[in-house]
Structures are given as structure tokens and as C-alpha cells.
Write a protein that binds this ligand. Structure first.
Ligand SMILES: *[C@@H]1O[C@H](CO)[C@@H](O)[C@H](O)[C@H]1NC(C)=O
Ligand SMILES: *[C@@H]1O[C@H](CO)[C@@H](O)[C@H](O)[C@H]1NC(C)=O
Length: 308
């Protein structure tokens, strides 16, 4: 009996090993359904979209949504069709130039924030492939190589940069802070007197960033600041969203390709995909955003080297 169990066990093991060797990937078990196409013709989808339209018609006039002060554009689309399956646009009347007949539509330009982080990753893969995710960032950024040894004596106050991989940066697992000084709430928007009145301790003048929001930090200022910036967590331990991580990925890519990140995004993504209304370095004309003069707060604002 024991012998039988043993040979059954080795058979199972053999099967498992041979399966593992013959299948390069491990898909989730379960039924494989064909990808749905021609969604617009489906009665189920049509019924759902009708309900979606009704929901948004209510939404457009609900005062708590600020419909007179906020415009919105929505599209539902399928990767297998050129035209959206559903679209809906709302034009805020207080943002419109009263003399114009413009209305928000499919070509209206909005300011996007971190949604474009996907551009950074796609540019990286297009330019450098997908074999470098386990490399440490110190291999590509000499300034961080210089800081790397500090974590050995004090890992609480210093980022262990040689354990931070490109993959950890890309997946918000590096444990580094969200931004160095980009969001200026604590550095540039209020002075020390105001901040201490709110309960913050006095910050030593030498540790207060002198760039970030009103004056953007250049590369040298950023790395000088990172030399005195502690980690949030140890690397690869827990998710922690970081804009700074993407800036570092862009610097790494520039070091790999010897090209400027801006040129790479424009060539690999914006031009290749025909995204003619997506702007990386120039400010689009105000009218593309359907703003009136005086309502363009933040429209022409660059994040500089933090843009990736
Ligand atoms: C700090 O800011 C407050 C509010 O703007 C201002 O009243 C105060 O004079 C400022 N203090 C210093 C030292 O600049
Ligand atoms: C945007 O602002 C910069 C200065 O920060 C200025 O040089 C440029 O002309 C502005 N562009 C537009 C389209 O307003």
C-alpha cells in the first residue's frame, strides 16, 4: 500500500514537473471565453447603455455635481471598434465663452494627471524592452549610486537605493516618498509661521526645499534634496504611490538610450498613436479646453522634470 502511494505520488510529481516544463505560463484555471466584439449590437449592452444615459442625464443637472462649473466628457469604447460604444458630454455654462457656440465634445482637451504614467511605462518598454525590471536604479542614476551606501549605517533615515529596482519603482513598491517637493503645501504655499500655527514643528532652514512648485526643481536640486529625504518604507515591502518613482524611471531610460524623455514620449507614443490632441511640452490653445479667459487656472502649468 505504502509503495502504491509512493509511486502514485511520484507519478503526480512527474506529471506536475512535465506540465510545468511544457507550459511556459500559468493561466488562471477556468473557462476561456472568446473576447466579445461588436458590443454595440448586443441587446444586453444596449439596455445597459440606455440606463447609463439616463443616469448621466440626472447627473448633469444634479446641483451637488456643480454642473455649471464643471464640464465632463465620457466615452465607453471597445478595442475592436474605431467608434465609441457610448459617449456623453456635458458643457458647464459658466466656463464657456458666452459669445461662442463651442460645446464640450470628443476632441475637448482636459488636463490629465497621473493617468499618463502609462505613457512612461510604454515608452520605457518601447525603448528598452522588458528585461531590466530587476536591475537596481543605482545602475542608471549615478547620483543615487553615490547615496546608496548611507542606508547601511542608518536605514531609517536613508533610502536603500541599491535595493530599489526599476520594477519596484514602476509598481509603486519602492517605499520612497510620493514627491520630493513638487506639491508645495508644506514648502512653498505657507511660511513657517503659518505651518507652526497649524501644529507642525519648526523645520531647520537647511532642510526646507527651496524649489518644487513655484520654482520647479532641476535635476541637481532634486538629488541634493533626496540626500536628506528618508524613505517611507523599506523597498519592495508595501505599496506606496510615488510620482518621484516615475521621474527616476525617466532618468534611467534617458541614461539607457541617451535620448531625452520628452522626445521619446512624443516619438513612441504621441506620434505613433496619432494622439494629435495630447501635449507633453507645449500648452494647447485655451480654446481646445473650452475655458474662458479668467477660468484657465492651472491650464498652462508645467511640472518640469516631474512630468513623467
Ligand atoms: C507668513 O504668512 C502670513 C500669511 O500670509 C503673513 O501674514 C506673515 O506675515 C508671514 N510671515 C512671515 C515671517 O513672512
Ligand atoms: C505658458 O507659460 C509660460 C511661462 O511659464 C509662457 O512662456 C508661455 O508663453 C505660456 N504659454 C501659453 C500658451 O500661454
Amino acid at each position: 500500500m505504502l509503495r502504491y502511494i509512493k509511486s502514485a505520488a511520484s507519478l503526480v510529481l512527474w506529471l506536475w514537473v512535465s506540465l510545468a516544463l511544457s507550459l511556459p505560463n500559468c493561466p488562471f484555471p477556468g473557462a476561456a471565453f472568446p473576447k466579445p466584439t461588436n458590443l454595440a449590437a448586443s441587446p444586453t449592452i444596449q439596455a445597459a447603455l440606455k440606463s447609463l444615459t439616463a443616469t448621466f442625464q440626472t447627473f448633469d443637472t444634479t446641483q451637488s455635481n456643480n454642473p455649471d462649473g464643471t464640464s465632463w466628457s465620457l466615452q465607453v469604447f471597445s478595442a475592436s471598434a474605431d467608434q465609441p460604444v457610448w459617449e456623453h458630454y456635458h458643457t458647464a455654462k459658466n466656463l464657456l465663452d458666452q459669445s461662442s457656440s463651442f460645446a464640450v465634445g470628443p476632441d475637448t482637451v482636459y488636463r490629465l494627471g497621473s493617468l499618463t504614467k502609462i505613457f512612461t511605462i510604454m515608452t520605457f518598454i518601447a525603448e528598452a524592452g522588458d528585461t531590466r525590471w530587476n536591475d537596481p536604479i543605482t545602475k542608471y542614476i549615478p547620483e543615487l549610486q553615490l547615496l546608496a551606501a548611507r542606508a547601511q549605517s542608518d536605514p531609517v533615515m536613508n533610502v536603500d537605493w541599491s535595493s530599489v529596482t526599476l520594477g519596484a519603482l514602476a509598481s509603486h513598491m519602492a517605499g520612497i516618498m510620493r514627491d520630493y517637493a513638487l506639491e508645495g503645501e508644506l514648502t512653498q504655499e505657507h511660511n513657517q509661521t503659518v505651518l507652526m500655527g497649524q501644529g507642525f514643528p519648526a523645520a531647520p532652514a537647511t532642510q526646507v526645499p527651496n524649489c518644487g512648485e513655484a520654482v520647479l526643481c532641476n535635476r541637481a536640486q532634486l538629488f541634493a534634496g533626496l540626500a536628506i529625504t528618508p524613505p517611507s518604507f523599506v523597498p519592495s515591502n508595501t505599496p506606496a504611490y510615488s510620482n518621484l518613482a516615475y521621474q527616476l524611471l525617466a532618468y534611467a531610460l534617458e541614461s539607457i538610450t541617451r535620448k531625452s524623455f520628452t522626445q521619446m514620449v512624443e516619438a513612441d507614443i504621441l506620434t505613433k498613436l496619432g494622439l494629435s490632441r495630447t501635449y507633453y511640452r507645449q500648452t494647447p490653445p485655451l480654446r481646445f479646453g473650452r475655458n474662458t479667459p479668467g477660468n484657465e487656472v492651472g491650464w498652462n502649468f508645467s511640472l518640469g522634470e516631474s512630468s513623467p
